[in-house]
Design a protein around this ligand. Sequence first.
Ligand code: SAH
Length: 398
Amino acid sequence: MQKRVNLTINQKYLKKYLNGYPLLEKESVKSWNNITKEGTIVNLLDSKKRFIAKGYYGKQNKGYGWVLTLNEKEKIDKPYFSHKISNAIKYRESFFKDKTTTAFRLFNSEGDGVGGLTIDYFNSFYMITWYSLGIYRFKDDILNALKSQVKYKGIYQKKRFDSKGQYIDDTTDFICGKEAPSPIIIKENSVNFAIYLDDGAMVGLFLDQREVRKTIRDKYAKDKSVLNTFSYTGAFSVFASLGGAKKTTSVDLAKRSLSKTKEQFNINNIDIEKQDIIVQDVFSYFKYTIRKDIKFDMVIVDPPSFARSKKHTFSVAKDYVKLLKDIVNITNKGGTIVASTNYSNFNMNKFKLFIDRAFKESNRKYKIEKSFSLPKDFRVSPKFKEGDYLKVLFINCI
Ligand code: SAH
């Protein structure tokens, strides 16, 4: 028998949970004191001890756990997870069939009914990410539910247990099946990508930007000079180059970005000699471009929500306007800025206000041409709109 703990919802939050809100917030219940163990099943009750919802306790950056069902009788066991995973597979049927894209998200946390858990597909290999020790306690049931429903070559995992979502570096992230080559090559809209399943926290590609990359390649890049800031493995640069960009310039602080970006260009037969890959703090690079009067037709900016370098601490919430102003400065008239953020604490409207401020303070006019949020495989729960964290705008600089 699973141990269960009853928690009383604070009156203020009652309506939210009655309506199906999935996140257990610290303040939402009267006391968490009875719980000692991550993964404990909790029943949320109202003040009259009536059942409202059932979930699990698992501390992560967003909260204290997630609601799993509104049905008091439902057990949280292998059939429960099998059902969720089966629905998730059905929802991605078209992705499994698509031969030109072989990497996508199979299970997206509360969007697929189980907060704190994601599963990504990389060309017959699967990557499970556990966002708390609490959800990790269900590993056997979840793994068995997955294994019994998909054909897989191998399964890997990432543990991001602590409250900041930081990655826990085990000796290996491999769980079962066959070990993957390092790297494996996946396709995204016919473009090759090297993916490392067992090399630290990140695998080399952020799948949620798929449609943005495609739009850059198919509709924007031709004959443009393109600057990709915070470029990581150069994914946007590769797509820009394949879309006919005159030249791409990728700038990232991390030393590894140089070899990683070269690798992505190489496996797509792009001439590296014609591209610039620069390992530098973007803020120093902006100063350099202003000194040399270098401008671009297209600038892509997709920074991390927080970053600390030797010279700067950057936070999207405080510094995005200033960052955009630097970028407006080095974008040609008629050019395009692709502004992106995955910061979940503000929504698209607030992001648009940041853009507006940056242009007003730069005395420049602009027009928003396209707007993107998460793609279909990153399924969002209608009860948890803040789960749709991605905001990307294509801005024409007039
Ligand atoms: N835009 C990328 C993902 C960015 S991940 C993509 O779509 O693939 C964030 C990257 O920002 C990391 O590679 C990190 O090294 C880099 N970074 C953080 N602070 C930076 C700074 N001040 N200057 C340049 N790069 C920075």
